[in-house]
Design a protein around this ligand. Sequence first.
Ligand code: GRF
Length: 221
Amino acid sequence: MVKLGVLVSGSGSNLHAIIDNFEGGRLDARIQIIVSNLSGVYALERARKHGIPSLVLLHKGLKREEFDQKLVEVLKAHDVELVVLAGFMRIVTPVLLRAFPMRVMNIHPALLPAFPGTHVWQAEVDYGVKFAGCTVHFVDEGTDTGPIIIQAVVPVYDEDTADTLNARILKQEHKIFSQAIQLYAEGRIKIQGRRVLTPGHPQAADEFMINPAVTEKRSAG
Ligand code: GRF
């Protein structure tokens, strides 16, 4: 059973998916502590409902490194092995990364390395990409640049807005985050340079999606 520390800043729907999978016996990872850098967020309410220890560590007034040092102390005190950033809206520093080398995972709502940073759904719609998706990766010192563990792809439709695309991607986030944690728990993750390999674990079928679809020829309207 891997011991998790989950960091949040918002509604915590990814946190909810992790809790749900753990409670359903689908995930060999137990949450030791949930830490939020903001008070009053719904993720804390979820923690309370499920009887999981949580605390608020306000970042206001602290240097990034100072905040991360406090975070490390809390995580170590709760015997955390793997740190999971589930909608944690802070850039982490080497202080955290050195304390948990290749043991900090983040979920990003885009197919990295495309669309790093924030506000990605509107950027994807505006750019006109036909596919989008989400990525779970180990965190390194860059922004959304660390080794990729797992990705999911979704189509982008003509009528999409940032909100509809966000909703479609979020559904996949809820699947792949737990899967990445479970791969870690099973000891299947092998890191080679910046490649994360999962020997012995099934990979996606050699299929393809095309959007818009390829159809039979139709007479011009
Ligand atoms: C998700 O879009 C995730 O990809 C990003 O922050 C959002 C968190 O959502 N890192 P939630 O708090 O898990 O609902």
